[in-house]
Design a protein around this ligand. Structure first.
Ligand SMILES: Nc1ncnc2c1ncn2[C@@H]1O[C@H](COP(=O)(O)OP(=O)(O)OP(=O)(O)O)[C@@H](O)[C@H]1O
Ligand SMILES: NCC(=O)N[C@@H]1O[C@H](COP(=O)([O-])[O-])[C@@H](O)[C@H]1O
Ligand SMILES: [Mg+2]
Length: 397
């Protein structure tokens, strides 16, 4: 624990510099936490005025899958840390950059394994022998049908490269097969045509266990329960009540996977829990959307913890303020001038907070904000957060 950390002066040769690959709402909070330490922050995403760009020192518009362009920006900027913020990145290039001496968070190998469901699932189930749902990968319609036959109904189909439920559907009978294949092809990020077919786990509840690998070892936050629709998170709460046995098992698995991936940073490790059986689902080697609840539930949010871990600063404790919840503000439609109102009423409730991400437009459906609440129980906090998010009035021009 004796790493000597030196933070320089931004915009000077001594600056500590970081570059974010992806600049959404999660990155925005990471940038704010870096700004508190005077770190120089560069944000990159595929569109202008992305949330994290709005709080960064400068930004670039580039596709995360354009390895040549990313390498050019990175070699020119020479950041101390490269921080992936989304799954779909030209991770081959990150491996090259790491070999050149750049520091990728947590490691280039971790970002490569987790951007592709095949990488992380194979590591967890086959190398580390952890319990997961039954699964099969396929890269053609024919193989896909065979995979469904083998796994059985109901099953869950996902592109190997996607997030927030994009391209994900549940196949309940043969009638759903064509739709599931086409939906997965349309929803895939990048240009992969491979999918995972997973046996449907009829879980009692699911959690994200925020796990931090830092200079002092591995720490955990209180487990976060969440509810998803179509594979996309709607609300989360902390703590999720769990048996001691299930929690110990989840912590053990999380530590095993995180240590196998290596590197420093915060990880969102996802589990399904049925009775006391814990199934590993997947993992983000960076802050997790369901972890936004920690902006109200903890003195150091998941973003603050990620930044401390990255910089090599100690995390002696994580103070939990009590039962809390988050509830998303989903906007549907087409607009470049979304307006949010009724905020006085929403924020007149004690122990309630609001984050508006500042996304420049919506075309279809997009998460554009989140309400946060603290209360005497997780149930009460959920009610409060859900009431708040449904009270926000959204106008599209
Ligand atoms: N095998 C399964 N059995 C039952 N439910 C599942 C299964 N796989 C996924 N789900 C449901 O769909 C949600 C999203 O799945 P998953 O986390 O794999 O997708 P994702 O697109 O990577 O989402 P994100 O990037 O937001 O974490 C899960 O949190 C769970 O609610
Ligand atoms: N589950 C992953 C997740 O929550 N990722 C977060 O959403 C952003 C993309 O939002 P967008 O699709 O609205 O641009 C990402 O940049 C990240 O912050
Ligand atoms: Mg997930």
């Amino acid at each position: 624990m004796s790493t000597k950390v030196v933070l320089g002066t931004k915009f000077s040769p001594s600056a500590t510099k970081v570059i974010l690959l992806g600049s959404g709402e999660l990155g925005k909070e990471v940038v704010i936490e870096f700004q508190r330490y005077g770190v120089e922050v560069i944000a990159v995403d595929s569109y202008e005025n992305a949330p994290a760009m709005q709080v960064a020192d400068r930004s670039y518009v580039a596709s995360m899958l354009d390895g040549e362009r990313l390498a050019e920006i990175i070699r020119n900027e020479k950041p101390d840390y490269i921080i992936p913020e989304v799954e779909a990145i030209a991770t081959d290039k990150l491996l090259d950059l790491e070999k050149e001496g750049f520091h990728v968070i947590p490691t280039a190998n971790a970002t490569q394994l987790t951007m592709n469901r095949e990488g992380i699932r194979t590591l967890a189930a086959e190398e580390l022998k952890l319990s997961t749902s039954p699964y099969k990968f396929s890269g053609s319609k024919e193989a896909f049908k065979n995979a469904i036959n083998e796994i059985g109904f109901p099953c869950v189909v996902k592109p190997i490269m996607s997030s927030s439920g994009k391209g994900q559907s549940v196949v309940k009978s043969a009638a759903d097969i064509d739709y599931a294949w086409n939906y997965a092809m349309d929803g895939a990020r990048g240009n992969s045509d491979r999918v995972i077919v997973e046996g449907f786990v009829d879980f009692d509840y699911e959690i994200t266990l925020l796990t931090i690998s830092h200079v002092g070892g591995v720490s955990f936050c209180e487990p976060i329960g969440h509810r998803q629709e179509g594979g996309d998170y709607q609300e989360s709460w902390q703590p999720q009540v769990m048996s001691e046995k299930a929690l110990a098992e989840a912590q053990h698995i999380a530590k095993t996977v995180v240590e196998a991936l290596g590197g420093r940073g915060l990880f969102g490790v996802e589990f399904f829990v049925k009775n006391d059986t814990v199934y590993f689902s997947e993992l983000s080697p960076r802050p997790h959307d369901t972890g936004m609840v920690t902006m109200i539930s903890q003195d150091m949010s998941e973003f603050a913890l990620h930044v401390r871990a990255i910089l090599g600063l100690p995390i002696p404790n994580i103070k939990f303020h009590g039962p809390s919840a988050s509830s998303v503000i989903m906007v549907k439609g087409e607009s470049k001038q979304v307006a949010f109102s009724n905020l006085t009423e929403v924020l007149s409730e004690p122990d309630t907070q609001l984050r508006l991400f500042g996304k420049p437009e919506v075309a279809g459906e997009r998460r554009m904000g989140v309400c946060l609440a603290r209360a005497n129980s997780a149930e009460e906090a959920r009610e409060k957060a859900n009431k708040a998010s449904s009270s926000v009035v959204v106008k599209l021009k």
